[in-house]
Design a protein around this ligand. Sequence first.
Ligand SMILES: Cc1cc2nc3c(=O)[nH]c(=O)nc-3n(C[C@H](O)[C@H](O)[C@H](O)COP(=O)(O)OP(=O)(O)OC[C@H]3O[C@@H](n4cnc5c(N)ncnc54)[C@H](O)[C@@H]3O)c2cc1C
Length: 398
Amino acid sequence: MASDLILDDRTRAWQTRAREFARERIRPGALEREWIQDPNERMPWDIIEAGSRAGFRTMGVPPRYGGPDPELSPLAAALVIEEFAAADPGVASSFNHVVKEIRQIARAGTEEQKEAFFAEFLADDRYLTGTAMTEPGHGSDRWLQPDGFHFDTTAVRDGEDWVINGRKHCITSGNEAGLLLVQATTDTSKEYPEATTVFMVRRNTPGLRRGVVHDKLGLRLVNNTEVIFDNCRVPHSQVLGEVNKGISNVSGFMHDNDLLSLGMKLGIARAAYETALDHAKNRVQGNTPIIAHQAVGLKLAEMAAHVEMIRSQMYRLAAMLEGREVFDPMFMELATWQSVESVFHVATLGVHVCGCRGVWLDHPAQKHLRDALVYFPNDGNHTTHLLVAHRMMMNDCR
Ligand SMILES: Cc1cc2nc3c(=O)[nH]c(=O)nc-3n(C[C@H](O)[C@H](O)[C@H](O)COP(=O)(O)OP(=O)(O)OC[C@H]3O[C@@H](n4cnc5c(N)ncnc54)[C@H](O)[C@@H]3O)c2cc1C
């Protein structure tokens, strides 16, 4: 689409490189690959490795630990994720997670933790990371924090170790990640977040088991899985941040999450719009390309308006996180909610514009709709963000 802010040279360079990589390496064959039935076979390791060699897997590593110098800005990260998501949001999701989890470790880790982690992370082109919060019994609870809530997964101190027991599910890259940031309850007498500690749990830790893969409708090129902790023993040195205050370093994580998630939704919406525009220019009905019919043109204009709305929200949140605008937590909640409405609406209109072809499994329009749909339960649930915004309004009234 035409609009783009005037970006500085470094940010523009990230965007351009990501666009080229997405066009050459991610988009070709993505649609066909989605229908490989075995999730392990479907996993696009070739793209992850190529993206790693091109510097995208490690782009969030601070310069001091071997990452790009100068450090990647939040806006540049979001623009890379937008480009990847426009080609395939499943692939984008693996890179998106790595960026935000790396930034959490950079913010909250000790010097020893950072040196050890970044060395092993840089050395392996397949090293992914994940965040394990959601449990079968607690999804939206993590966001809405009802009275008495804490995670069922517990970690109990035993000498120099912690012993973790419980089950997480729906965890992005849960089966593949070399490192998981696991939220567990360490003080059952308290409520979330004070009850909670974050642990760095490596893939080969005894007692960590990977469970079922939740085969899903969209974002099919990334796996979401169960992760089971069965007397999983983790040394105290792997606590990220402080015990029972682990969550205090997660607020920055959620800011990164919400910005990159806007990049994901922008990429999907942009791709849906471009697919529909291309179809409308080439499909002839009523003796003219259908783009000339006002009924189709109005749909395309509406789609473009929603794409621009998500783009504006992404740039604005990036400005807040880079300190160029005052941070407004309510804006973050509202933008997260609105962008889900927008991406779903854009993808739905895209299917309308593409007619019967739009629902054929070899056509991208249906893929965009499936990918958009996944955002209703993603990031803590769509409605949850309005509920949190409502709470903020009520607090302002008190
Ligand atoms: C693609 C994808 C990737 C994900 N990746 C991760 C990940 O990497 N790590 C991770 O930890 N989690 C991940 N999740 C999980 C995600 O954060 C959860 O799906 C989310 O928290 C919602 O939880 P739930 O699905 O259990 O829904 P539920 O909490 O069961 O909600 C169901 C419905 O009830 C409503 N509801 C629930 N509670 C209330 C209430 N108190 N008041 C009013 N309405 C309510 C919700 O709005 C929703 O409409 C991922 C999810 C998806 C879809």
